[in-house]
Design a protein around this ligand. Structure first.
Ligand SMILES: [Fe+2]
Length: 301
């Protein structure tokens, strides 16, 4: 996408591209100071770049929430992850790995956030408090992933739906404390989404597949389903479609949770603390809708 090769000036900030296909630096503003026009430009920039990074933003939780409200009328209240509810911010998810933590986290899987919900997040905003060297985060353009597929694979995935299930995530990948798994069981969160969705803002096709929440392709036998999910997920792993961020304290990353997939690098950080905070927005007006192009195969289920 050649349009990502140039620095682009918006009204209250500019964006400097990080790769030709995904990612840009936001420069010349603190996100807390954006007014409505600035937030409108932030939305436009995010749909174009997929993920935006800001150095030394040091946003308050209230400021993070205000930015997030620019993307949807609801903020995510996570079902099973730790939050800052005890400080009056149930919308702020704490993503941390303490030196004593042995429970596996979900970060080292390619995924879109909370796709087990009927209305997944539109935008997630993550701010680093402390991240040791090596514990980076990676994003992949799922618009470019779709474009990279041969025509036959595009046709296949345009014609199937994926079953997303939080409990499957916990059981398949063995993550979470027993208390977290109990909350997942209680939530019963599961949803079915198309494998290729039409982006709600750009109208472009996005491959909406990862290997965290997806249990199976609807109507497919398990072994065939798993083989095809692996093929789709392998497109997230293509280096040319990725951007990787090395965190510094106060850094912010916000991403298009439909058009990109992400992965938290599970580095050996010894006895160091890793802690970030996340807020995310969703809307009752946005649920993943199928992208349909070209001749149709027969119905999958
Ligand atoms: Fe995530």
């Amino acid at each position: 996408m050649a349009e990502l090769l140039q620095t682009r000036d918006f009204r209250q900030f500019r964006v400097v591209p990080r790769t030709p296909v995904i990612g840009g630096w936001i420069e010349g503003c603190n996100l807390a100071e954006l007014d409505e026009a600035g937030l409108a430009d932030l939305r436009e920039a995010l749909w174009q770049y997929g993920v935006l990074f800001g150095r030394r933003q040091h946003l308050s939780f209230d400021a993070m929430k205000r930015v997030a409200y620019g993307f949807g009328e609801h903020l995510e209240e996570h079902t099973f992850a730790p939050t800052k509810a005890d400080e009056g911010h149930p919308e702020v998810v704490v993503i941390e790995r303490l030196p004593s933590t042995s429970a596996k986290s979900t970060t080292d899987l390619w995924h879109h956030d909370v796709t087990s919900r009927k209305h997944p997040n539109i935008m997630s905003l993550l701010q680093a408090e402390q991240v040791p060297f090596g514990a980076d985060t990676m994003w992949a353009s799922m618009t470019s992933a779709y474009e990279r597929m041969p025509h036959a694979l595009k046709l296949l995935f345009e014609n199937v739906e994926m079953e997303h299930d939080s409990l499957y995530l916990a059981l398949r990948h063995g993550f979470g404390t027993p208390e977290m798994v109990a909350r997942i069981v209680q939530s019963g969160e599961k949803a079915t989404h198309p494998a290729v969705v039409r982006h709600h803002a750009t109208g472009r096709p996005c491959l909406f597949v990862g290997n965290a929440y997806i249990k199976r392709i609807k109507g497919f036998e398990t072994d065939i389903s798993e083989a095809l999910i692996k093929i789709a997920n392998d497109y997230s792993k293509v280096p040319e479609l990725q951007v990787r961020h090395e965190w510094e304290p106060g850094d912010v990353a916000l991403w298009d949770n439909v058009g990109t997939s992400h992965y938290g690098v599970s580095a050996d950080i010894g006895d160091q603390l890793r802690r970030l905070h996340r807020v995310a927005a969703w809307s009752e007006n946005m649920k993943p809708e199928p992208y349909v192009a070209g001749p149709q195969l027969s119905a999958a289920a």
